[in-house]
Design a protein around this ligand. Structure first.
Ligand SMILES: Cc1cc2nc3c(=O)[nH]c(=O)nc-3n(C[C@H](O)[C@H](O)[C@H](O)COP(=O)(O)OP(=O)(O)OC[C@H]3O[C@@H](n4cnc5c(N)ncnc54)[C@H](O)[C@@H]3O)c2cc1C
Length: 402
């Protein structure tokens, strides 16, 4: 029965490749159309070339949507970390899990994921059409016609988002969704570096610390243009959205979260006793990175005539600690779609049957992966959504009733 059902998948990325294998194994005739000259170009770039496949601590709280996120609860619980691991083990991929729960292929190379998915797809009988961009879809006589002359019973949109267009991302999935009367939540860049107009950033550029913002701790990197690091990437979704309606966003960073305000005041006051003859520029060396120390001083309103620590008053000590604990940034922009890892926004969820991934507007049309309005934290969550939505679709796909 399944053999009589021809399925087209648009996009040989994470979700497209996995769904093609699972559907082909169920006996469906599957063809993938990929605009790039090879499969999985974005997958190759994931996890700095190591591919953070999933996370040991998968939970709904790591996912976001403009719709109620509990809509995807079953997709996540029915495809847990263990399910993901079992599936990839079957394909021949062993996982290495690091302290943060991030899971990588044991080879620590993303190409092993891409190679194995491609190999398995071809072995299962999937036809992969490379350099084949789909630009036109028509639905007539219960068939989808692609690019005017390719006919299919069912169509799966797995075209991803517009994050990092150089890897193949395009707007086409969004356009096709609109064509079938789907509502689109305007995508914004997420997991992206932030641009700041703070002065003197060149002084501190390249310094990486563990910082805390809004009670969230993580890696924080100062750059010439602004800020980066995993803490920033995780907060970027919220800030990207705020920048849609306001010109700038204020951000306060605790650069020494292990120390309370009072502890630092005491520490610096004592330091004043035995290091009073030290030049101000060097006075915080030994407490923090010297470039950061210079930047903190530049932002602490210390009168320019004060050159040595011994001339600091208690008021100035308090100002320095305020800067350390509440380093202020004015964020003016993100680095945008060109560099972001994912998009927040996409095809709205309430018009999708999330038990099958089928459109509620158009029978036999399906959406999986990042084209949908679901995004996750840094740490393997976005690929987990690609795998879990592909898995939901494949497990529930029924043959076309003629
Ligand atoms: C640099 C970088 C690093 C990342 N690292 C991680 C990580 O370590 N862990 C993690 O969980 N997530 C990571 N992500 C996010 C993750 O890669 C994506 O969420 C995931 O690949 C989305 O899968 P997808 O199948 O929806 O889309 P994609 O994997 O983007 O695949 C979509 C495919 O569709 C093709 N396509 C688009 N339009 C058409 C068309 N009209 N016709 C034919 N083909 C078309 C594209 O060329 C592309 O190959 C990273 C992203 C980037 C950019």
């Amino acid at each position: 029965m399944n053999k009589n059902t021809n399925i087209a998948i648009l996009g040989a990325g994470a979700s497209g490749l996995l769904s093609s294998i699972l559907l082909s194994q169920k006996g469906f005739h599957v063809t993938i159309f990929e605009k790039n000259n090879k499969v999985g170009k974005k997958l190759l770039a994931t996890g700095n070339g190591r591919c953070n496949v999933t996370n040991y601590n998968i939970s709904l709280k790591n996912f976001y949507s403009n719709s109620n996120i509990s809509l995807i609860e079953k997709n996540i619980t029915n495809f847990s970390y263990e399910d993901c691991k079992t599936l990839f083990n079957k394909l021949g991929i062993e996982f290495k899990v690091v302290a943060s729960g991030r899971a990588y292929p044991l080879s620590l190379t993303s190409s092993s994921i891409v190679d194995i998915l491609e190999y398995e797809a071809l072995k299962s009988g999937v036809k992969i059409e490379l350099n084949h961009e789909i630009t036109d879809i028509k639905y007539q006589n219960k068939k989808f016609t692609l690019n005017k002359n390719l006919h299919f019973d069912k169509l799966i949109i797995a075209t991803g988002s517009i994050a990092m267009p150089k890897l193949g991302s395009s707007e086409s999935g969004y356009q096709f969704a609109k064509q079938f009367r789907h509502k689109l939540i305007k995508p914004v860049a997420s997991l992206v570096q932030l641009v700041s107009n703070n002065k003197h950033l060149e002084v501190v550029s390249g310094v990486k610390i563990e910082a805390m913002i809004d009670n969230q701790r993580g890696d924080f990197l100062f750059t010439k243009y602004g800020v980066s690091g995993s803490l920033i990437l995780d907060l970027s979704r919220k800030i990207s959205k705020q920048l849609q309606t306001q010109k700038t966003v204020k951000m306060s960073v605790d650069t020494m979260p292990d120390f309370s305000f009072d502890t630092l005041v005491n520490m610096l006051t004592k330091r004043l006793e035995h290091l009073k003859d030290k030049e101000l520029n060097l006075w915080l060396d030994g407490i923090m990175n010297k470039k950061l120390a210079k930047y903190i001083m530049l932002n602490s309103n210390i009168p320019s005539h004060i050159k040595y620590a011994k001339f600091l008053s208690q008021k100035e000590i308090i100002n320095i600690v305020k800067t350390i604990k509440n380093l202020q940034f004015t964020i003016t922009d993100t680095k945008g779609f060109e560099t972001c890892e994912v998009c927040a926004g996409g095809v709205e969820l309430t018009q999708i049957n999330l038990e099958t991934m089928e459109s509620k507007n158009q029978k036999d049309l399906y959406f999986i992966g990042e084209v949908l309005d679901v995004d996750g934290d840094c740490g393997g969550y976005n690929l987990h959504w690609a795998w879990s939505s592909a898995h939901t679709l494949a497990m529930n796909m029924q043959s076309k009733t003629k």
